[in-house]
Design a protein around this ligand. Sequence first.
Ligand SMILES: CC(C)(COP(=O)(O)OP(=O)(O)OC[C@H]1O[C@@H](n2cnc3c(N)ncnc32)[C@H](O)[C@@H]1OP(=O)(O)O)[C@@H](O)C(=O)NCCC(=O)NCCS
Length: 181
Amino acid sequence: MDTPFIVGSQIYLRPLERKDLNGRYLSWLNDPEVTRYLESGIFPCTMGELEKFYEQVTASQNQVILAIVDKSTDQHIGNVKIGPINWVHRKATFGILVGDKSFWGKGVGTEATRLMVEYGFFRLNIRRIDLGVYAEHEAAVRSYEKVGFLIEGRFREELFHEGKYKDRLWMGLLRSEYKRA
Ligand SMILES: CC(C)(COP(=O)(O)OP(=O)(O)OC[C@H]1O[C@@H](n2cnc3c(N)ncnc32)[C@H](O)[C@@H]1OP(=O)(O)O)[C@@H](O)C(=O)NCCC(=O)NCCS
C-alpha cells in the first residue's frame, strides 16, 4: 500500500496527490456514464480546472478529499470527500466518485462511504453527515442506505436531467444512529 490513511478490506483511502491529476482521472470527469448523476459532467472539464479544484480542496480546512485505491493493485479508482464541514453545527456533506467503471457493483462505493463516514464521526467529531442524490440513481441510494443514511426529503423536479425535470433526495445519517458493519 502507498501512503494509506484509512485501510479497508478491498480498498484503502490515501491523500489525493498532485501526481493523481493525470489523463485517467480527467477522463472520468468527461465520461458521460461516470458523470451521469454528477454536476461535474455538465460542462467539459480541462486539466487546468482539475488542478484548480485540487488546489482549492486541499488548501481548505473545511473539506477533506481522499483517493480511493484498490488494495490489490494500488490503482487510484476514485475519490471520496467530506465537505463543506460546518464546525459549529458539527455537520458535513459527503460526496463520492468511483471513476473506474470496472470497479462498479463490487461493493467499493459502499465500503468507501463507510470508511469516510467513520472518519467523519470518530476522528473529526462530526455528528451529522448528509448528501443530495438523484432519486433515480439506484446504485447510489442503495449504497447510502446500506451504510445507514435515511431519506429525509425529496426536492421535487429540482434537477434538469436528460431532457426532463427530476427529483433529488436529501439523505442524512447521525452519529448516534450509525451502526458499524
Ligand atoms: C454510485 C456509486 C458510488 C456506487 O458505487 P458502487 O461501488 O458501484 O456500488 P456498490 O457495489 O457498493 O453497490 C451498492 C448497492 O447498489 C446496488 N447496485 C449497483 N449498481 C446498481 C444499479 N445499476 N442499479 C441498481 N442497483 C445497483 C448493488 O447491488 C448494491 O446493493 P446490494 O449490496 O444490495 O446488492 C458509483 O457507481 C459511482 O461513483 N458512480 C459515479 C459517480 C456517482 O454517481 N456518484 C454518486 C453521486 S450521488
